[in-house]
Design a protein around this ligand. Structure first.
Ligand SMILES: Cc1cc2nc3c(=O)[nH]c(=O)nc-3n(C[C@H](O)[C@H](O)[C@H](O)COP(=O)(O)OP(=O)(O)OC[C@H]3O[C@@H](n4cnc5c(N)ncnc54)[C@H](O)[C@@H]3O)c2cc1C
Length: 387
């Protein structure tokens, strides 16, 4: 019988890498496990992320304490608000929760400490030979994964950039709902996704089309100039609060897929494996679920790593596809969001909430009765009937 992996190397101490180290150490207490992270502790990109407490239920059986710890750090809200053309439209019943990335990483680091491990922080791996004769290498190294790019052809990696540009800021104030503000300026359209992730701070992500990005000359602005530009543009929404930068450069979202999830003794999890557009707020949950599926596969294949990696891919791929399809439809909607901005605000809000195809009319009617009532009344007033 093949022996269980004794030497495991994990690249990246984001949510996927930290959780992988914790779960693998629990499964294989005598294994030599090292997690390497280029950043120092408490340094990360971005601000808060949407993370649904309900969506974390998949962890509850294996890790009730982890779910409890994360749940206490969550901010929650009940509605989505769409702001467009001077109107504010509430879509009730689409509540969600969010957490600061730093808080989430602290919680996961704490879990890791409980099993006697700590990441090797401040160390950048530039060549996988640094991992020598490891039995298993887990590529939890995010969207710019070295593990994936070193063996791009073997993984069948595909990376496409969406055309819109975005910059991920924080805001020094809370918002009481997940708010989507759409603004048409003389140059062109902008959108901000903003929601609180702590009682005093919010994520504030600004997005625009490529044509408008060029017209506004945003590529030529420094990070500080971009921050000031967006703060001024959304001054009415910020109401005196500041935008905060954290390496908040303009980027185009990378849509990453891999035809094969492992190669030899290397396996991909989280964003290294595939990205899901931020507009559906699921990337972190997917990363944790990948790890759970990988560890379960290792547990059930008696140490046969090759069989475990095949099982991981075979079982998880079909499960994740539905969500990825929804993420792709949502990303497509944002790519042309300006074309919908000429719609009356209520119709625009209806388009927005239907964009990923996950909310059908029945589900919308039961989840968001106030919004649906208002929308149907508006349709009737315009002589539109639904038979
Ligand atoms: C704008 C934006 C908004 C988002 N909003 C949400 C949201 O609301 N909800 C949600 O769930 N998800 C969201 N996401 C996605 C989420 O951030 C990712 O899905 C999640 O972070 C994936 O975790 P990960 O551990 O796979 O990768 P990462 O979090 O990227 O972690 C990878 C780690 O590997 C380290 N690393 C990389 N290369 C090396 C190297 N060579 N040597 C050493 N260390 C290395 C990096 O420093 C990093 O710490 C968003 C993403 C973006 C871009």
């Amino acid at each position: 019988m093949p022996s269980r992996p004794r030497k495991i190397r994990i690249l990246g101490a984001g949510p996927a890498g930290l959780y992988a180290a914790y779960r693998l150490k629990r499964l294989l207490p005598s294994a030599d496990i090292v997690v390497v992270e280029q950043n120092p502790p408490d340094v990360t990109f971005g601000f808060g992320v949407v993370l649904s407490a309900q969506g974390l239920q998949f962890l509850a059986d294996d890790d009730p304490e982890l779910v409890r710890a994360i749940s206490t750090g969550l901010e929650s809200w009940k509605d989505i608000e769409i702001r467009i053309g001077g109107e504010r439209i509430r879509i009730d019943g689409i509540g969600f929760t969010a957490i600061g990335r730093v808080i989430l990483l602290r919680i996961l680091n704490e879990k890791l400490r409980e099993v006697g491990l700590a990441p090797a922080f401040g160390k950048t791996i530039t060549d996988l030979s640094d991992f020598g004769d490891a039995d298993l290498i887990v590529g939890a190294d995010g969207a710019n994964s070295l593990v994936r790019s070193t063996h791009e052809a073997a993984f069948g990696a595909k990376i496409e950039r969406l055309t819109n540009w975005f910059a991920w800021f924080g805001a020094s104030r809370p918002f009481d709902a997940l708010t989507q503000t759409f603004k048409m300026t003389d140059n062109g359209p902008f959108n901000a996704h903003h929601y609180r992730y702590s009682p005093t701070q919010s994520t504030f992500l600004v997005e625009t089309t490529t044509a408008n990005f060029e017209r506004c000359g945003l590529a030529k602005l420094s990070v500080e100039e971009s921050r000031a530009f967006c703060e001024n543009l959304f001054a009415d929404v910020l109401e005196g609060a500041e935008l905060i930068s954290n390496r908040s450069i303009w980027r185009q979202f990378p849509k990453i897929t891999n035809a094969r999830w492992s190669y030899k003794n290397m396996v991909l999890v989280g964003d290294a494996l595939r990205t899901a557009h931020y507009s559906i707020g699921s990337g972190t949950r997917l990363a944790l679920e990948d790890v759970q599926a990988l560890v379960n596969a290792i547990a059930s294949t008696e140490g046969d790593i090759s069989a475990a990696l095949s099982l991981y891919e075979a079982q998880r791929k079909p499960i994740v596809q539905k969500l990825l399809d929804a993420a792709a439809r949502s990303a497509d909607w944002y790519e042309t969001f300006d074309q919908n901005m000429t719609l009356p605000p209520l119709e625009f809000a209806h388009e927005y909430i239907s964009r990923s195809g996950r909310v059908d009319p029945d589900r919308m009617a039961s989840a968001s009765p106030n919004f649906v009532r208002r929308y149907l009344e508006w349709e009737r007033a315009r002589g539109i009937s639904r038979s």
